[in-house]
Ligand binder design. Structure first.
Ligand code: AMP
Ligand code: MG
Length: 349
């Protein structure tokens, strides 16, 4: 009798708590803000009494606070920037070392279009201050001399990075007034952490986690259908221009001139800077979406391809074996061949 009771409690408890009888996964959802953007997490889990989405969101916030933020005094990047020009090296965690090392590599591969050391320019343009959006008249673009000065302090040639070696942690030193800005890789780094967390949670059977312009898909939906990830129309971002159909684990990142911008005298200034000029990139594109397995790669490549423009952007994506969709300002779309199999245009009127 006792055994029967125990078995009864064991089987009915999950059903009562989460509506997932006999191990059928239940959907857990949460929305919040992290890394200055909106996070929307959906997880299918056979253990719905555990707050999986809440702890994933917390993990992203910790990554921002402890490692990546340029503004929070608690982060390693803040410390690195603070000690620029002091002559001393700052030791990094292995994970942050990997993010920086990847950023420097992509900088080289993109011929300098991607650069993790644009901190002085990002500060001059006050990109972080645009988060809530500004109206015409509330923003005055910086003067040419100020851009030239910030440009001279920017760039990864002002960074000395020592990878982890023989048990020593990675370390970094910046020249005077240089500063790192990992804004183009932060969401991708978060996707990689989130993926590790999902892989370590056997009760999670599938998930789609979206953080600003980056989305991670993982596992399967209980009904066996594919994940469908919307691609925003850059001209009207509340609508979709198409949908990606994906099975299993993928990372999707979009960089667009509509994601963060200000307007002054009818000109739009967006948040993706051209390291060659110090001004918002003007490559003829208004958005780039990249699909690949790695979050760092999708996030980094979408930014790099945006700066490079159509032809060089397609070539860089191909070099990394990633799929890319590039939307030109006039609405024309270019894709890598593999993207054509994943993307389907939709009209939303
Ligand atoms: P994303 O939205 O991923 O394309 O990243 C844009 C963010 O990365 C900006 O808000 C800046 O913080 C930073 N950023 C801007 N331009 C570049 C660039 N050319 N290379 C690397 N990071 C950049
Ligand atoms: Mg990016």
């Amino acid at each position: 009798m006792k055994g029967f009771l125990k078995a009864g409690i064991f089987f009915t408890l999950p059903f009562l708590l989460g509506g997932c009888a006999q191990g059928r996964p239940a959907l857990q959802q949460s929305a919040g803000t992290a890394m200055g953007t909106v996070a929307q997490f959906q997880v299918y889990t056979t253990s719905p009494q555990t707050d999986v989405t809440g702890s994933l969101l917390q993990q992203v916030r910790i990554l921002e606070q402890e490692a990546l933020s340029r503004r929070l005094e608690t982060s390693q990047i803040w410390k690195v920037n603070e000690l620029a020009g002091s002559g001393g090296e700052v030791e990094l965690t292995e994970r942050l070392g990997e993010v920086i090392s990847f950023g420097l590599e992509l900088g080289q591969a993109s011929g300098g279009a991607f650069d993790i050391a644009l901190g002085p320019l990002a500060a001059l343009w006050d990109i972080d201050g645009w988060a809530g959006g500004k109206k015409d008249g509330e923003f005055t673009p910086p003067k040419e001399e100020a851009v030239a000065k910030a440009l001279s302090r920017s760039g990864s040639r002002r960074v000395t990075f020592r990878p982890a070696r023989l048990g020593n942690p990675p370390a970094i030193a910046l020249k005077k007034e240089a500063a790192l800005d990992l804004g183009a890789l932060g969401k991708g780094a978060a996707m990689e952490e989130l993926l590790s967390a999902l892989e370590a949670a056997p009760s999670v059977t599938g998930a789609v986690l979206s953080l600003g312009g980056s989305v991670l898909t993982y596992g399967e939906k209980p009904d066996g259908t594919a994940w469908r990830v919307g691609v925003a129309d850059p001209k009207n971002p509340s609508r979709r221009m198409g949908v990606l159909t994906l099975r299993g684990q993928w990372c999707v990142s979009t960089s667009g001139d509509y994601e963060r911008y200000v307007e002054a005298d009818g000109t739009r200034y967006h948040h993706i800077l051209d390291p060659a000029t110090g001004y918002p990139a003007d490559s003829g594109l208004s958005a780039v979406t990249v699909v690949c397995k790695s979050g760092l790669l999708s996030d980094g490549l979408s930014t790099a391809c945006f700066v490079l423009g159509r032809e060089k952007g397609l070539a860089l994506a191909a070099e990394y074996g990633a799929e890319a969709l590039l939307v030109e300002k006039d609405g024309d779309v270019a894709m890598t061949p593999g993207m054509e199999r994943l993307f389907e245009a939709v009209r939303e009127d």
